[in-house]
Design a protein around this ligand. Structure first.
Ligand code: IPE
Ligand code: IPE
Ligand code: MG
Length: 255
């Protein structure tokens, strides 16, 4: 069947369409993190260039945020560009930089009006164009007073790089070996105030972490869906939350 013939809600890989009411009675995760994957394959299936898949991912991102707001999830983190994504062809990297910049320009006011605080986790190194950094700073500044939900965009983000950066700071501060504790490392992560993700959702049928939040995911519940990111909608977020509600978290203990 061609995708055009699919009914609303029938994204390939989606079992059913859920609403917030379907999960609202159970425990709601405090922090949900998403690996927004499958844009290239979504485009390839339509005979389009990979960049069209990234463009189509914007609607998915916004709808996922709407869903999080509906459920009252206070922290969401979205993996937008990894420290390894620089390995992609230069045209795609260039596109992604420009796309993220224009997405912020197009969407920051709307997110701000909804009470979303925007932040960025990742390295601000020389490879990130200045104008992108400028839009990031403007978005942070514009939304810094919002508390309804914090949206962290993981951009030029790597879990290993984050740990390296934390250790570098500890060394720079002259912290003695016996003072290097889990708490000390945590306090030097990019956002020490942020609770660890309760739930991580990865789209596109890949079952891996790809260097996302390595420290913070120690006890997160992982949900994998076949849905490709551009097809992802709040219903898929709710499905992830329902999976989460069926899990039993033990943190190494017994129940
Ligand atoms: C995710 O989609 C977006 C980024 C990594 C920036 P991909 O571009 O990885 O899409 P696939 O995995 O190749 O289908
Ligand atoms: C992870 O997806 C990074 C983002 C979604 C931004 P990738 O597509 O880069 O991951 P791999 O290469 O398949 O592991
Ligand atoms: Mg991918």
């Amino acid at each position: 069947m061609h995708d055009d013939e699919l009914e609303v809600g029938d994204a390939p890989g989606r079992d059913e369409v859920l609403t917030a009411a379907d999960v609202a009675d159970g425990p709601i995760p405090v922090h949900v993190a998403c690996v927004m994957d499958g844009n290239g394959r979504w485009a390839a299936r339509r005979g389009l260039p990979r960049t069209e898949g990234h463009a189509a991912g914007e609607a998915a991102l916004l709808d996922a945020v709407e869903g999080a707001l509906e459920l009252g999830i206070p922290w969401i983190t979205m993996y937008a560009f990894s420290t390894e994504n620089w390995r992609r062809p230069p045209e795609e990297v260039r596109y992604l930089m420009g796309f993220n910049e224009s997405l912020l320009m197009r969407r920051r006011d709307e997110l701000n009006e909804k009470g979303v605080r925007i932040r960025f986790a990742g390295r601000r190194d020389w490879r990130v164009p200045k104008r992108v950094l400028k839009r990031m700073d403007e978005s942070i500044e514009l939304t810094k007073g919002n508390r309804r939900c914090t949206l962290t965009m993981a951009f030029n983000y790597g879990g290993r790089a984050e740990i390296v950066d934390a250790v570098r700071e500890l060394v720079r501060d002259g912290v003695k070996p016996e003072k290097v504790t889990e708490k000390a490392i945590r306090s030097h992560l990019y956002f020490p105030d942020q609770p660890d993700p309760d739930l991580v959702i990865r789209t596109s049928g890949e079952h891996r972490i790809s260097n996302f939040l390595l420290w913070q995911l120690a006890y997160s519940e992982l949900v994998f869906t076949e849905v490709l990111w551009p097809d992802f909608r709040r219903s898929d977020l709710f499905a992830g939350v329902r999976d989460f509600q069926r899990r039993q978290r033990r943190y190494g203990g017994v129940t």
